[in-house]
Design a protein around this ligand. Structure first.
Ligand code: IPE
Ligand code: IPE
Ligand code: MG
Length: 292
């Protein structure tokens, strides 16, 4: 009882704190640890995935509450195809069921949430492809929130597909090689159609510190903030999520600080006594301000 009260008190405190600062526009999550959770609490592994899917539903609510515009969830990687067939079938069954629920959920429509699958969807079983097509179809005109489901997804494959696409266009004379820049490449990614798909924060649960071929292009050369935490996905709580947001906010703050310090140093380097004074004050003010 006391533990619960303390938890909710802390959750409210963290929520108030993170709401004072800017939240990330695009959050991506590697939902890892379903089977280890099941092993630990001694239930069949299938239930680990079921409980994981429940956490995903809560996670989407938390993103909504904080006003996060775009969310990408890693549901199944290309590497996961090497798992035993019965496990794959169960995972696909759960994803299809959740997508059908999402298509019918009034919150999806009230929030005008556009749902898109990113990955090699053609490799998936037909019933899952049907569920994907359905949710994409009923939400295709929405422009409120964006939810990307990475399924049969591999980051290197995505880049390869984009390169092949562009090469074909160059060959057909539809694109000039010299015109290929970051925004052209972005338009050839699976996330195309989603305005500004750069990721601001990647969260990984389950204790491993790696990004497992997830959104290498959109993570902008790893420029985005990353939060790795120990809880397995089924036990990921709102306070873990809020801590991740806080890591993003601290990082943003530090980046702004170092930009200001650079500007201050530049002013000082201009040499004029007055400029040097301004720079000194600026540097002092920045260094004495506590991170938000
Ligand atoms: C993540 O949990 C879900 C999928 C990859 C589909 P895992 O199934 O990888 O569970 P662990 O990491 O082996 O515990
Ligand atoms: C990461 O989990 C991929 C998903 C969450 C879908 P894995 O369990 O497949 O990742 P690795 O193999 O441990 O990196
Ligand atoms: Mg795993």
């Amino acid at each position: 009882m006391l533990r619960k009260t303390l938890y909710y008190g802390y959750e409210r405190l963290l929520t108030d704190e993170v709401k004072k600062h800017g939240v990330p526009r695009h959050v991506a999550v590697i939902m890892d640890g379903n089977r280890r959770y099941a092993d630990r609490v001694r239930i069949v592994r299938y239930y680990g995935h079921i409980y994981g899917a429940r956490t995903t539903e809560q996670f989407l609510e938390w993103c909504w509450e904080l006003g996060i515009q775009q969310t990408t969830i890693y549901a199944f990687s290309t590497e996961n195809f090497s798992r035993p067939e019965p496990e794959r079938a169960k995972i696909f069954e759960i994803i299809a069921k959740k997508l059908c629920e999402l298509a019918d959920d009034p919150r999806t429509h009230e929030r005008r949430m556009k749902v898109s699958a990113i990955g090699e969807v053609h490799l998936l079983p037909t019933h899952l492809q049907d569920a994907i097509r359905r949710v994409e179809k009923v939400t295709c005109n929405y422009d409120g929130l964006h939810l990307n489901i990475a399924v049969a997804y591999g980051g290197q494959r995505e880049i390869l597909d984009a390169v092949q696409d562009m090469a074909r266009k160059v060959q057909a004379g539809e694109l000039r090689a010299d015109d290929i820049n970051e925004s052209v490449v972005s338009c050839h990614m699976y996330t195309n159609g989603v305005a500004d798909s750069d990721v601001d924060l990647i969260i990984r649960t389950g204790g491993d510190i790696r990004t497992s071929n997830f959104l290498p292009w959109q993570a902008n050369g790893s420029e985005c903030a990353a939060y790795f935490c120990a809880p397995f996905w089924p036990e990921f709580r709102k306070i873990d999520f809020l801590r991740a947001i806080r890591v993003y906010q601290t990082r943003e703050h530090e980046q702004k600080q170092s930009a200001l310090i650079r500007t201050a140093n530049m002013l000082a380097a201009c040499g004029s006594a007055k400029m040097g004074d301004v720079a000194g004050h600026l540097r002092g003010a920045i260094l004495h301000r506590h991170p938000g």
